[in-house]
Design a protein around this ligand. Structure first.
Ligand code: HEM
Length: 350
């Protein structure tokens, strides 16, 4: 009985031992594998390895991406320095200088007021479609400018003073808004070009307007140089918007849709071009907004109501005013002719 019990326990022990051995094998193998991985990682983390990677040494991968061989993007450092150390500070200075300049003009030269009293006669200047386009563009441009400036400068002037969660929410909102609004700006830019290019072509008369700085400042202040529907300043602003705005739009689309095989170099270049062009536009429009809001009596009411006073038209856009009066006279004489014909026809029948 005892012998039988001994044999049974021997069988049980040996089965248990073989089971333990079988279980221990993979653990041992796993330990070996992790030691190998650890050794490889130590070698990979070695300075020599990363020096080779930095110098552009390529490994092997099945990835099809154009830059798959590049683990560290060294030229990205150049982009970072150009953006953070040069463009951002220079842009901030340019915006402050533009605001300071219009403030100086307002304080020292003052707004351009009408020289003669208003006649009360209203002249149609901007149609409903013109005004809708202008204010849609203004809203889109200004909100894109604010969200863009937040993305570039927010980390300096806002982030240090608010809770991290709130900052995260604001910057995420700015980014999403900017991404979705950008394509709308492109469409509006095209509409502005189609609608207003004809009256924005430069003529000889614009040279004198430029020489006299529009009669707004300096020794020619208050002289009202000749101008068509758009004066030379407005024409320059229009082409600034079209040319620089197209650069902003194109580079923005490259950044917005990185699905056409753009490399990191393409994205970095687009980012720099986009930022620089946008900063130029923002500075240009500081002057436009100043003139529209504070710098010229009677300009804003035209873009709000669609009509301007006869005196404003005569003083700021004399050639256009001449055309409007000539058209009115032609219409009056047409009406007069019809009436005369109508009267003589009546006389004949009676
Ligand atoms: C608060 C902001 C703005 C104000 C108060 C303003 C005001 C005005 C006014 C009063 C005019 C009409 C000038 C005239 O009758 O001769 C005008 C024209 C115009 N504005 Fe603005 N504007 C603003 C923002 C913008 C923005 C952001 C853009 C584009 C990015 C823009 C683009 C234009 C263009 C293209 C014209 C037509 C110029 C021409 O005659 O060719 N405006 N604006």
């Amino acid at each position: 009985m005892f012998a039988m019990f001994k044999r049974a326990s021997l069988v049980l022990m040996s089965s248990l031992a073989s089971l333990l051995f079988a279980l221990a094998l993979p653990v041992h193998a796993q330990q070996d594998e992790s030691q190998v991985a650890q050794r490889e990682m130590t070698q990979l983390a070695g300075a020599d390895f990363w020096r080779q990677v930095r110098q552009g040494e390529e490994g092997y991968t099945t990835s099809q991406f154009p830059e798959h061989g590049m683990l560290i993007s060294t030229p990205g450092q150049t982009w970072y320095i150009l953006k953070e150390k040069w463009m951002s500070p220079a842009g901030a200075v340019a915006i402050f200088v533009s605001i300071a300049l219009v403030t100086l003009v307002y304080v020292f030269a003052g707004p351009v007021m009408l020289s003669a009293p208003r006649t009360g006669k209203r002249i149609k200047r901007w149609s409903r479609a013109d005004r809708a386009l202008h204010w849609s563009m203004a809203f889109t441009f200004l909100t894109l400018a604010f969200s863009g400036l937040m993305l570039v400068y927010g980390k300096h002037f806002l982030k240090p003073y608010i809770p991290a969660d709130l900052w995260g929410f604001i910057v995420m909102l700015a980014k999403q808004y900017h991404n979705y609004m950008g394509p709308i700006f492109c469409v509006l830019l095209l509409c502005v070009l189609v609608k207003w290019w004809r009256k924005s072509t430069f003529k000889k008369v614009d040279i004198e307007w430029f020489i006299k700085l529009g009669g707004m400042v300096g020794k020619h202040k208050g002289t009202h140089p000749s101008a068509e529907f758009s004066n030379a300043g407005e024409k320059a602003l229009f082409w600034l918007l079209i040319v620089v705005g197209s650069i902003v739009a194109f580079s923005g689309l490259v950044l917005d849709f990185p699905i056409f095989g753009q490399t990191r170099r393409d994205m970095e270049l687009s980012n720099l071009v986009h930022g620089l062009a946008a900063l130029i536009l923002i500075c240009g429009f500081v002057f436009h907004i100043y003139i529209g809001l504070f710098g010229m009596e009677g300009a804003l009411e035209g873009m709000v109501t669609g009509e301007v006073d006869e005196t404003w038209a005569k003083e700021h856009h004399d050639l256009w005013y001449g055309e409007v009066i000539a058209e009115e006279k032609a219409e009056d004489s047409n009406v007069g002719n019809h009436m005369v014909k109508g009267v003589s026809a009546n006389e004949q029948t009676s």
